[in-house]
Design a protein around this ligand. Structure first.
Ligand code: DAH
Length: 343
């Protein structure tokens, strides 16, 4: 009699311990089979009742039943506990995807104004059938000057405050050398647009940088005339400023690699009778241009009697500054988030 009671007490303690160490559903199922299974501890105790007297059966039968019910209840409670802690763990794991964690003031990256503007320019020229090309920033005297009809002692070199790297190597002072590289590398006719970085040894102020960007357009074919140049320049500027009624005006200009050389102004995109952008003149100076000089064609092996071409170049920052009302060129290389954020 005492044995059965001792057995029940011991199994109760053992079950309590087994339940406290079981942390997973699988472990819990093993405990259930051990205690409540067909051959489990409780079933075995029930079987052992058979050998007891009627009185003993009356005493221990209900005790065993109560133990069985308590065991079932503890197992159910433990199962619920495991389920809840699994949910909690899952929630922890999914925390990063919780939409309520969104912070409305988070900063996102944006395109740099250079990327943005070069994409706009390239798209316009591509839509007119031009290829986008580039050339090295470290150039030779030949490509930067000589082949562009600017020989060693030519006074035009004085306009290019050049960073010389060695007797023959320099940081290119304009994108015009890409004209020569394009002629050398492609078959005629040629239609290219070359945006890129250029360098001039100038003091820094609101409108001068020693490291800035230019865009260069070159078109060579048979029978190319000033009309082609003017129509192309106007179509380009109209597309860039998004103004179909933008007009251009032409003044004579001198650049050794074009003949005739021109300065092209655009009618102010922002006013009809004078504003601060056009300094109350109604016109803005934008492009250096001209028909490709016969010497340049000859130097690169093209017969100027058969082929002719036009070229124009411009400062990329200047175009962007006018379009977006930026008043200081130094902002392009600054890390001011308030400025960069806008593009
Ligand atoms: N390369 C010239 C400069 O940096 C700009 C220029 C003038 C480019 C006339 C041209 C051109 O293609 O035809 O000042």
């Amino acid at each position: 009699m005492l044995d059965i009671q001792a057995e029940i007490n011991q199994q109760e303690r053992a079950l309590k311990k087994a339940l406290s160490t079981a942390q997973t559903e699988d472990a819990l199922e093993k405990v259930r089979i051990n205690y409540l299974g067909r051959n489990g501890h409780i079933a075995n105790l029930m079987k052992s009742l058979k050998n007891l007297s009627v009185d003993q059966k009356r005493e221990f039968g209900p005790k065993l039943n109560a133990f069985k019910q308590a065991a079932e209840q503890s197992l159910a409670e433990k199962k619920h506990g495991i389920f809840k802690s699994q949910l909690r763990a899952q929630h922890e794991e999914n925390r990063n995807f919780d939409v309520t964690a969104y912070e409305p003031n988070q900063k996102f990256g944006s395109l740099h104004i250079y990327t943005h503007i070069i994409e706009q320019l390239s798209n316009i020229f591509m839509s007119m059938g031009y290829d986008i090309v580039d050339g090295p920033e470290l150039e030779t005297d030949y490509y930067n000057f000589e082949a562009l009809n600017i020989p060693a002692d030519h006074p035009a070199r004085d306009h290019h405050d050049t960073f010389w790297v060695s007797d023959n190597l320099l940081l290119r002072t304009h994108t015009s050398p890409v004209q020569i590289r394009s002629i050398e590398n492609s078959d005629l006719p040629i239609a290219v647009f070359a945006p890129g970085r250029v360098y001039r040894n100038e003091a820094l102020d609101a409108s001068h940088e020693f490291n800035f960007m230019q865009g260069e357009c070159l078109y060579i074919d048979k029978k190319i005339s000033l009309s082609n140049l003017l129509a192309t320049a106007q179509a380009f500027l109209q597309a860039f400023f998004g103004k179909d009624d933008l007009k251009i005006r032409v003044r004579p200009g001198f650049f050794p690699f074009v003949e005739p050389g021109l300065e092209i102004d655009a009618s102010c995109p922002f006013c009809s009778n004078g504003c601060s952008t056009c300094k109350k003149t109604g016109w803005i100076e934008l492009l250096g241009a001209g028909l490709v000089h016969p010497n340049v064609l000859k130097c690169s092996g093209i017969d100027p009697e058969i082929y002719s071409g036009f070229a124009f170049g411009f400062g990329i920052e200047r175009l962007a500054m006018i379009k977006y009302g930026i008043d200081d060129i130094r902002l392009f290389h600054s890390s001011k988030i308030e400025f960069l954020d806008q593009f």
